[in-house]
Design a protein around this ligand. Structure first.
Ligand code: ZN
Length: 218
């Protein structure tokens, strides 16, 4: 296993793009892996490819679109109206059941084939919408499981786990990619690049974080 290489689970959004550039600081060689999981906005994968190219990292896309048919959610099913607010007793219907479990499990097999033991994911427990597969406990548990499953020593890095969106923007700025992330990433649930539609939950979170961060810079 090569301790100087890392695989980033990469969607082309704000969080995973920040992680990609974070990884470039930490590791000698970085790979990016994107997934087609039946998401409505498949152009995010093309944007991811462009960012990876610009960052000079090896890029791969894997088709796991069966995930869309397994559990109903508003990110993959156009007949479901997206929750604009988080329901009080649950997570919003933008939750794709099993997504991070599948992504990281597939990424681990892919990493193993390449002799990589470091993996990076942009999940965060701090600003989360209540998605269980973004929590620290889940990631640590999966890390142990993957090691047991393949008798390997994978290390899953989560640089954003305990920071909020404003701090994620601060990290992007520190890494010298604030403008790139602001203009070239896609986080919006309505598929609009950069600053996005402005009213979906993802845009609101991103905008509030940016405003908070920019206010501290003045
Ligand atoms: Zn939006």
């Amino acid at each position: 296993m090569n301790k100087e290489e890392a695989l980033v689970v990469f969607s082309g959004g704000q969080d995973s793009t920040t992680c990609l550039f974070w990884a470039l600081r930490q590791f000698k060689k970085v790979y990016a892996l994107s997934f087609l999981y039946g998401q409505k906005h498949q152009k995010e994968v093309e944007l991811a490819r462009e960012i990876a190219l610009e960052a000079g990292v090896e890029f791969e896309v894997m088709d796991v679109s069966f995930i869309a048919g397994l559990g109903r959610n508003s990110l993959t099913d156009t007949s479901i109206v997206m929750d604009e607010e988080k329901p009080a007793d649950s997570f919003p219907n933008t939750f794709v059941p099993g997504r991070n479990l599948f992504f990281l499990s597939i990424a681990a097999v892919y990493a193993r084939e390449k002799g990589i033991n470091h993996m990076v994911t942009g999940v965060s427990q701090t600003d989360f919408s209540g998605y269980p597969d973004c929590r620290d406990g889940f990631i640590k548990s999966l890390n142990v499981t993957l090691n047991l499953a393949m008798d390997e020593q994978f290390v899953i890095h989560t640089p954003l786990m305990w920071i909020n969106k404003a701090q994620t923007w601060a990290l992007a700025d520190e890494l010298g990619v604030l403008d790139l992330i602001r203009t070239k990433t896609l986080t919006c649930y309505n598929g609009i690049i950069g600053d996005g539609c402005g009213h979906c939950p993802s845009c609101k979170l991103r905008r509030e974080g940016l405003d908070t961060y920019l206010a501290t810079k003045k």
